[in-house]
Design a protein. Structure first.
Length: 290
């Protein structure tokens, strides 16, 4: 199974048409068709549902697409790292980030770092701890910023200054908006939105076994999406302060919960990880900053 052919396969999966994929790849349509047929024979499975005008992935094709995307990402990242060995004025680094206003510290470090290494380029992948850590473990990320205590057997870490403060985002016309802070009793029975990660890890720290008594009507990975549902009157969003626009014109307000619940943020990387030159320098910068 050649990397080149996997790129061909992904091009067809994106275009859903052999001719368009061949044009994008700058090869002939018969040659592309022959390569894909050989790939299917090698795997022992057809990968597409073919019609006169289109090609759609079948179940086997969907499985290969996920694997192929990971393989190509790893190959490209490895090529980037080798290309950077003699290029210390710059290079690329990939960072996974949880949703938090505390990534301002990362932004400040990057800004200062780019002044010294103007060719430095960063790529940010956003998500909860689980998908971010998974990509880090697979080697698709160099570093990750997570809002969950790191696994010390797997990762080295730095602690980001400050903490995220939890609270509730609600419509400005809600009766609860009249309060300065909200207790468990205020939240009881309300339709609440939150991330699954926080339901499992953060709120048991706040209200223990009482967490099961809260009415979690939905979950969101991104707080912004949850805030849209709040605006539409579907419920109340449990989230970090500073993530959602609660200015006068937004129609929303943020109220902290009591007793206060705070979450720390950590920068993590795999133990014994071998970094590219630019990533090694950036980690040294982070160590100095934190």
């Amino acid at each position: 199974m050649e990397i080149r052919v996997l790129r061909y396969f992904l091009a067809i999966a994106r275009e859903e048409n052999m001719t368009k994929a061949a044009q994008r790849l700058h090869i002939s349509q018969p040659s592309l068709s022959k390569e894909i047929k050989k790939l299917e024979e090698e795997l022992g499975h057809e990968l597409f549902i073919r019609t006169n005008k289109s090609m759609h992935l079948n179940d086997e094709g969907m499985l290969l697409r996920k694997r192929a995307e990971d393989i190509i990402a790893m190959v490209d990242k490895t090529a980037e790292e080798f290309g950077q060995l003699d290029n210390i004025i710059g290079g690329e680094i990939r960072i996974g980030c949880a949703e938090s206003h505390l990534i301002k510290y990362l932004a400040r470090s990057i800004k200062a770092f780019k002044e010294q290494y103007p060719g430095f380029v960063f790529h940010i992948f956003s998500g909860d701890t689980e998908p971010v850590a998974e990509r880090l473990d697979r080697g698709l990320l160099d570093l990750a910023l997570i809002v969950e205590s790191p696994n010390l057997s797997k990762y080295n870490y730095l602690t980001v200054p400050e903490s995220d403060k939890w609270g509730v985002v609600m419509r400005r016309d809600s009766k609860l908006a009249e309060k300065k802070e909200l207790s468990f009793d205020d939240l009881y029975g309300l339709p609440l939105f939150c991330s699954e990660q926080s339901i499992n890890n953060d709120f048991p720290r706040w209200c223990g076994e009482e967490t099961d008594k809260l009415n979690f009507a939905g979950t969101f990975n991104l707080s912004y999406n949850g805030s849209v549902f709040v605006k539409e009157g579907l419920g109340y969003l449990l989230t970090f302060e500073h993530l959602i626009d609660t200015s006068e014109s937004s129609g929303l307000v943020f109220r902290p919960i009591t007793p206060a619940l705070e979450t720390k943020m950590y920068i993590i990387w795999k133990k014994y990880q071998i970094f590219s030159p630019i990533a090694e320098l950036f980690v040294k910068k982070l160590r100095a900053d934190y």
